[in-house]
Design a protein around this ligand. Structure first.
Ligand code: AMP
Length: 139
């Protein structure tokens, strides 16, 4: 069973498509967090960001880069929150990589991405050094 977003790519279900090229598609979110809330996807179905091959990831970024100013201009937004819920624990509900472009306004009281998190972890310098070294060795 293909994802709901693949069904949009294939024209099987409707969407308000705002941009399309060979490898990417952008359309309005059906339950917008703000007017102009747009999703950008690779047409091919990958579950997580890290599953997207490098060339398609570059295409995806190019479309995000193109759509951010278009979305902001269309709804006269002051800014945008641009984010991926990458994995179920992060709130990803549709298993087809998608970037949220959410218009933001000076008075929208939405807060930054930091507002998602409660208490900050209390990490020692040694723990931070270990984490940095682990990430560096995997990168
Ligand atoms: P996420 O929680 O990051 O997986 O976000 C999934 C997003 O897809 C939500 O914001 C939904 O409102 C949106 N969505 C689900 N189905 C559709 C659809 N058929 N057309 C447009 N947006 C959709």
């Amino acid at each position: 069973m293909s994802s709901i977003f693949s069904q949009i790519v294939d024209g099987e279900i409707p969407a308000r498509i705002v941009y399309e090229d060979e490898t990417t598609l952008a359309f309005l979110d059906a339950n917008p967090l703000a007017p102009g809330h747009t999703l950008v996807i690779p047409k091919a179905e990958y579950e997580r960001l890290e599953d997207v091959p490098e060339d398609e990831a570059a295409d995806l970024y190019a479309t995000i880069h193109r759509l951010v100013p278009a979305v902001e201009d269309a709804v006269d937004a002051d800014a945008t929150t641009v984010a991926f819920n990458n994995g179920e624990a992060a709130g990803q509900e549709v298993d087809h990589v998608h970037c949220h472009i959410v218009p933001r306004f000076e008075d929208d009281a939405g807060g930054p991405i930091h507002a998602i998190f409660g208490d900050l972890p209390d990490l020692s310098d040694d723990e931070l050094d270990d984490i940095a070294a682990d990430i560096e060795s995997q990168a």
